[in-house]
Ligand binder design. Structure first.
Ligand code: NAD
Length: 305
């Protein structure tokens, strides 16, 4: 008998097609919590993104469940402890977003370096401010990468291709790990003092809360830009605003915030030297295709086909 998979959140068509090769697939991307409780008992695998909450109750109701797939990285919406207790495998796709996030960090760097966001806005206002948008090249500049995991490393490789110098701080890795991806290991102080761009890629753990604070921003070059595509929690936003106001740094490119969605009345929204995006790091078609593929291939293995 073919196994049954329920896709409870919007998943890219390629993943559905792949799943149909070995399973009977149902999709209900708008399924309510109530309906999920009723229907989950018929399925061997449940696939979600972040919308559907896979609670202890859902797991209990899923009498036949052997595997839960999360098309993405974070597992906050799944009771993973309880799933483990019930011998249900949980699969996610931590590598799927790496390139997309690294490319967004680069995009923010290019925008800040050439004032692209302001140039576009003012042209639409009928202005031709050619002389105002005097920028810098990325070529030959130094990028300091804080956290040299999947995304930090991917960014380093891309920056190497652009002719940038790469320095990195990650106390959990060796200098050799960094050399392999063209980066030189440095202390945090050296990184902050010497970088033209500082890009942070560390996890949102309790220890990393407010990792970048006013004191650290003040150590950066006044001409340097700060990029955060990791998590809002790792930055003390008040400290960042103060550093920007006092011209301790030249600007910031941010995709993530202390509170999301960022309030339109937040001071950051009124600052000219800031480029903001609404947590779109993973928001590419490519990342979704890769994530779906990784999860479905994992499910196929668990179901033993
Ligand atoms: P990863 O686990 O592969 O790498 C994190 C690295 O940070 C590790 O090498 C670790 O040793 C290092 N690290 C931890 N604490 C540190 C500290 N205090 N100082 C220096 N280094 C430290 O993670 P990843 O996949 O590269 O993700 C990086 C960040 O990007 C995470 O915060 C993740 O949540 C975030 N992210 C954001 C988006 C988005 O949409 N903007 C999407 C995916 C991931």
């Amino acid at each position: 008998m073919r196994p049954k998979i329920l896709f409870a959140d919007k998943t890219h068509e390629t993943a559905l097609k792949l799943a149909q090769e070995f399973a009977d697939v149902d999709k209900d991307f708008e399924i309510t919590a109530e309906d999920l409780m009723k229907r989950v008992k018929d399925y061997d695998a449940l696939v979600v993104r972040s919308r559907t909450k896979v609670t202890r109750e859902v797991i209990d109701a899923g009498e036949k469940l052997k595997v839960i797939g999360r098309v993405g990285v974070g597992l906050d919406n799944i009771d993973t402890e309880y799933a483990k207790e019930k011998n249900i495998v949980v699969i996610n796709a931590p590598t799927s977003l790496t390139v997309s996030v690294a490319e967004l960090a680069l995009g923010l760097m290019f925008c800040l370096a050439r004032h692209l966001h302001h140039a576009d806005r003012t042209m639409r206002e009928g202005k031709w401010l050619k002389k105002d948008y005097y920028g810098i090249e990325l070529y030959g500049k130094t990028i300091g990468v804080i956290g040299f995991g999947r995304i930090g490393r991917e960014l380093a490789v891309k920056c190497n291709g652009l002719g940038m110098e790469i320095i990195s701080y990650d106390p959990f890795l060796t200098a050799e790990d960094m050399r392999e991806a063209y980066a030189k290991e440095v202390s945090l102080e050296e990184l902050l003092y010497n970088s033209d761009f500082v890009s942070i890629h560390i996890p949102a753990t309790e220890e990393n809360k407010n990792f970048m604070d006013y004191k650290k921003f003040a150590m950066m070059k006044p001409t340097a830009y700060f990029i955060n595509t990791s998590r809002g929690l790792v930055v003390d936003e008040e400290g960042l605003v103060k550093a920007l106001k006092e011209d301790k740094i030249a600007g910031a490119g941010l995709d993530v915030y202390n509170e999301e969605p960022l309030s339109p009345t937040h001071e950051l929204c009124n600052m000219e030297n800031v480029m903001l995006t609404p947590h779109i790091g993973a928001g590419t078609q490519d990342a979704q295709i890769i994530a779906g593929k990784i999860v479905v291939e994992g499910i196929e293995k668990v179901l033993g086909r």
